[in-house]
Design a protein. Structure first.
Length: 185
């Protein structure tokens, strides 16, 4: 029995060691090492009002907060992204880890949750303007910029990573372009 327990612990430790180190930011597509970024993990408690986002028996999410914004009436918007882990048993043809590069934006007000179905970045595009108010989009863009500056440990390394990964500020949707232009002058 003790040997089985040790084997299970070794299996869990091995799986943790193989978990994806690189994350892709859902708004810019920037790749970075999650172990260095110090992003806030999304707690299961936060997702409780959002039945479409909670973990299922077959898959567990490892989501991180990339931006947050609050309204005057206590509604909070979150931009999250990360990866999911399939729990055994799963088919060997299906990867155990799946990156969520598109991210998701959702809002919570008390026990009410609204999940915006479009990929996070497209919520900032002009054709979806109106689904989320302009002030909230600007606040999310600003908070996202600060999050990325922290993840890359400063504006200079962030600017260098954006250049290296060919992410051009002028090509970003207006709220993101304004937020990044203000920080990365």
């Amino acid at each position: 029995m003790a040997a089985l327990h040790c084997l299970l612990l070794a299996s869990v430790a091995s799986a943790a060691a193989r978990s994806p180190r690189l994350l892709r930011d859902p708004l810019l597509g920037l790749r970075f090492d999650r172990t260095l970024a110090k992003l806030e993990r999304v707690s299961p408690h936060l997702l409780a009002p959002c039945p479409t986002l909670v973990d299922r028996e077959s898959i567990k999410s490892n989501w991180y907060v990339f931006a947050m914004a609050r309204t005057a009436n206590a509604e909070t918007y979150y931009l999250v992204g990360g990866y999911s882990v399939r729990t055994p048993p799963f088919s060997p043809e299906i990867p155990q880890y799946e990156h969520d590069d598109a991210g998701v934006i959702f809002s919570i007000s008390g026990e009410r949750c609204i999940v915006f179905e479009a990929p996070a970045r497209s919520m900032f595009e002009p054709h979806l303007t109106g689904e989320i108010s302009e002030p909230i989009l600007l606040a999310l863009a600003s908070d996202h910029t600060l999050c990325m500056v922290q993840a890359f440990q400063g504006p200079r390394p962030l600017r260098a990573a954006m250049r290296k990964q060919r992410i051009l500020i002028p090509a970003l949707p207006r709220p993101l372009r304004e937020a990044y232009s203000a920080i990365l002058k």
